[in-house]
Ligand binder design. Structure first.
Ligand SMILES: [Zn+2]
Ligand SMILES: [Zn+2]
Length: 197
């Protein structure tokens, strides 16, 4: 069985009218030359060809809305490009916005097998404290100028497993959205409060 996918178009704005030279596809929302989407001289034209003409007109004149994220339905789908320093963006995930791609990646990292501590794909310890996600990145190489998380303040993370990590490059990745909390529960507490500013 074959499934034929036709371009999604907003067909409501289009009308067909019969003229001397054939069937005219007219956009009712455009004016002047722009409203002529196409003229079909052959009445046995394929439905898909008509839809393709309409889709092309939509793209040129009506800027169809970007597809929305299939998880949150609140943000446009993100296709990259990857963002690098200071915090790298997650790899794009088909159908997801950048935020949901980030949290999906965090969930995948959490469930990666063979890890004693939660870590990012690059091996940096991950802490979830009071519903926020933190990563303890390695110190920048000596002699390089690089931004550190929290201005380079030193933090100790105490995991519920009993392990602890101390570092001076802690990044706050933000509050974990409610829909992701069941998959990303707290796993640690801070061993020390941040120094006052
Ligand atoms: Zn139009
Ligand atoms: Zn989303």
């Amino acid at each position: 069985m074959t499934t034929i996918t036709t371009p999604a178009v907003d067909a409501d704005r289009y009308a067909l009218s019969v003229g001397n030279s054939g069937i005219w596809i007219v956009c009712q929302e455009c004016s002047g030359d722009d409203q002529i989407v196409g003229v079909l001289s052959d009445h046995r034209v394929r439905h898909t060809a008509v839809q393709a003409l309409m889709a092309e007109h939509d793209t040129d004149h009506h800027h169809p809305a970007e597809p929305q994220c299939i998880i949150c339905a609140a943000e446009p789908v993100w296709n990259g490009p990857p963002i690098t320093a200071p915090i790298s963006a997650p790899p794009p995930v088909e159908g997801l916005c950048i935020g949901c791609a980030f949290w999906v990646t965090a969930v995948k990292s959490r469930f990666a097998p063979g890890r004693l501590l939660d870590r990012t794909a690059t091996g940096a310890p991950v802490a979830r404290i009071d519903g926020r996600l933190y990563t303890m990145e390695p110190d920048p190489p000596r002699g390089t100028v690089a931004m550190r998380g929290h201005g380079g303040k030193t933090f100790t993370i105490r995991y519920f497993t009993g392990k602890a990590v101390t570092g001076s490059n802690l990044w706050d990745c933000g509050e974990i959205p409610a829909r992701w909390r069941p998959l990303l529960p707290d796993n640690a507490v801070f061993g020390r409060e941040p120094d006052p500013q």
